[in-house]
Design a protein around this ligand. Structure first.
Ligand code: T5A
Length: 223
């Protein structure tokens, strides 16, 4: 990573997990980390927005419904501000020392939520990706689920004791999440070498097993 304007670099030890609300990323993340650690590998588990103290502060600005709602462009620039910091402070150093990095969401979330959901121009997002991020995952697992089913799960989690209630984005209407899902699926179809789509409507263990199978196949391919 040398500075702004560098070309996009794909890193095979950088894995991302994507999906709409309530797709079940948390359980899958744990299974993926465990599978790599069982092989004696160093794994850095991280998330977006977030992954550094400053980026976590930006996350709370973005998701706390108590704040003034950001304009779509503000929302996009905030997620990229967090991501630029996350890449430089957490992801790139971990990859440089030989660790695997598994991130709960990355730039595909911006294409899906700010591009698909908010209707912002994909070329604008692409420019930010090249200039402010410069890094792409080798493998992206997309947990795909019907919007109603995913939102039902997210509601169950948010309404449980200590759940904290829905964040600002979770309060959007179903149509917003339908556009998010369509954008994810379009990205997966356009980049079959990087994406693996997993049916996230299955029971949690089956989803986790499918994700670990894809990870192992990826490792074998890259070995
Ligand atoms: N965002 C993010 C953007 O708009 N642009 C960006 O560039 C980025 C990076 C925060 C928000 O930020 C937005 C997208 C998001 O709206 P987040 O932290 O990933 O992103 O969002 P969360 O609200 O924390 O997580 P999700 O709602 O996406 O849910 P998960 O993590 O996919 O689901 P999880 O694991 O919490 O599971 C939800 C519930 O379902 C159960 C779980 O036990 C839990 O209760 N569950 C299952 N139940 C039945 N069967 C299964 N297979 C299940 N798997 C999980």
């Amino acid at each position: 990573m040398t500075g702004p304007g560098f070309p996009l670099e794909t890193h095979s030890r950088f894995i991302t997990l994507e999906g709409g609300e309530g797709a079940g990323k948390t359980t899958v993340l744990e299974a993926l980390c465990e599978a790599l650690r069982a092989q004696g590998l160093e794994v850095v588990r991280t998330r977006e927005p977030g992954g550094t103290p400053l980026a976590e502060m930006i996350r709370s600005l973005l998701l706390d419904p108590a704040h003034e709602p950001p304009a779509p462009e503000t929302e996009l620039l905030l997620v990229f501000a967090a991501r630029a910091q996350h890449v430089r402070e957490t992801i790139a150093p971990a990859l440089a020392r030989g660790a695997w990095v598994i991130s709960d969401r990355f730039t595909d979330s911006s294409y899906a939520y700010q591009g698909g959901g908010r209707g912002l121009d994909a070329a604008f997002i692409g420019e930010l990706e090249r200039r402010a991020v410069g890094l792409r995952p080798g493998l992206t697992l997309l947990l795909d689920i019907d919007v109603g089913q995913g939102r039902e799960r997210a509601r169950g989690r948010d309404q449980a004791p200590g759940g904290g209630g829905p964040d600002r984005i979770e309060r959007e209407r179903d149509e917003f999440f339908q556009r998010v899902r369509a954008a994810y699926r379009a990205r997966a179809a356009a980049e079959p070498a990087r994406f693996r789509v997993i049916d996230a409507s299955q029971p949690a263990q089956a989803v986790a097993d499918a994700a670990v199978t894809q990870l192992r196949a990826w490792q074998e391919r890259e070995a």
